[in-house]
Design a protein around this ligand. Structure first.
Ligand SMILES: NC(=O)c1ccc[n+]([C@@H]2O[C@H](COP(=O)([O-])OP(=O)(O)OC[C@H]3O[C@@H](n4cnc5c(N)ncnc54)[C@H](OP(=O)(O)O)[C@@H]3O)[C@@H](O)[C@H]2O)c1
Length: 289
């Protein structure tokens, strides 16, 4: 039996959707904080169980009988994230799962400038210490995160960013499909996967050029200082701690933490992963008048 957490979130829902194309629903369990929001999954024959990493007692029943548990990392930061992931990993081992999968990040490292990457490195170290087979799914940086970070500048025609480095932005949809495939391949990738990425890494200047091409109007790129960028973010209403966190991603990209490009995702999907050009063409499409 395959237990997938976070099934009410975007990634978890997409993983289950792909899984149900090849695995009978009675082999799939969705662990969610609010089962009331998962009625569509229940209607497809998936067992929906209440599981909250913040209430580890709930995970005993949520993970009971699991051969594999896929833990979708929680959208939390710092000590809270570490505590939640520790509870989920411990509960998967206690449930007797033969393999634990965890959605990590290509940039996971204990000295990252990017806070979520520190948490993922801590989770990977915990997984390695469990004495259970595990697969840390080293996801590329979500292409959707790029849109969140710089979509406004691309739409307005002037992208002003701190100094950056190339990033192999990868869509959540492609990653979800690959995760589902790996759930059906129990021996594949013991430990860390190679970086699961699209086939190219692009800079912010490249994103501006791509946006110009797909919209047919000029989008310029300018590099500004870290402080100028932080002040501009806060002026646009971004809370200062969030702006600091996002700046960390630029600092990590300068070091090359998100620059790797690897063919593993393409091999798993059996097709070319979506590119930033595909993503921008969809996101920046002019709206009908
Ligand atoms: N690779 C990247 O670049 C990148 C970018 C952004 C985020 N991420 C990570 O990828 C994860 C999935 O992304 P997404 O787009 O699906 O995010 P999302 O739609 O915001 O979903 C957040 C997920 O966190 C889960 N969660 C939060 N608190 C939890 C708790 N106490 N116990 C159990 N689950 C908890 C939610 O579970 P429920 O279904 O129970 O609500 C939900 O699945 C994020 O949470 C984040 O850790 C990665």
């Amino acid at each position: 039996m395959l237990v997938i957490t976070g099934a009410n979130g975007q990634l978890g829902a997409a993983i289950i959707d792909h899984l149900l194309r090849t695995v009978p629903p009675d082999q799939v369990v969705a662990s969610v904080r609010d089962p009331g929001q998962a009625s569509a999954l229940a209607a497809r024959g998936v067992a929906v169980r209440a599981g909250d990493f913040a209430r580890p007692d709930t995970l005993r029943t949520a993970f009971a009988g699991a051969d594999q548990v896929l833990i979708v990392s929680a959208n939390k930061l710092g000590e809270e994230a570490r505590r939640l992931h520790q509870a989920a990993i411990g509960a998967a081992r206690a449930a007797g799962a033969r393999r634990i999968l965890y959605t990590s990040h290509m940039g996971a490292r204990p000295d990252s400038f990017f806070e979520p990457a520190l948490n993922h490195a801590a989770s990977e170290a915990l997984l390695a210490a469990q004495g259970v087979a595990y697969t840390a799914l080293r996801h590329g940086f979500y292409a959707e995160s790029a849109l969140h970070m710089v979509g406004r500048g691309l739409r307005e025609g002037l992208l002003r960013t701190p100094e950056d480095g190339p990033v192999s932005w990868t869509t959540r949809a492609d990653l979800a499909e690959a995760d589902a495939r790996l759930l059906t391949q129990p021996g594949r990738f013991e430990g860390l996967t190679p970086p699961l990425t699209a086939a190219e890494a692009v800079t912010m200047a490249d994103l501006a050029a791509l946006a110009s091409e797909v919209t047919g109007r000029e989008v310029r790129h300018e590099t500004i200082t870290d402080d100028e960028w932080l002040r501009a973010q806060v002026a646009h209403g971004v809370p200062a701690p969030v702006a600091e966190l996002l700046l960390g991603s630029f600092r990590a990209s300068r070091r090359g933490d998100f620059a790797a490009v690897d063919p593993t995702l393409e091999t798993l999907l059996g097709r070319r992963p979506q590119t930033m050009r595909d993503v921008l063409a969809r996101a920046l499409k002019p709206t009908e008048a």
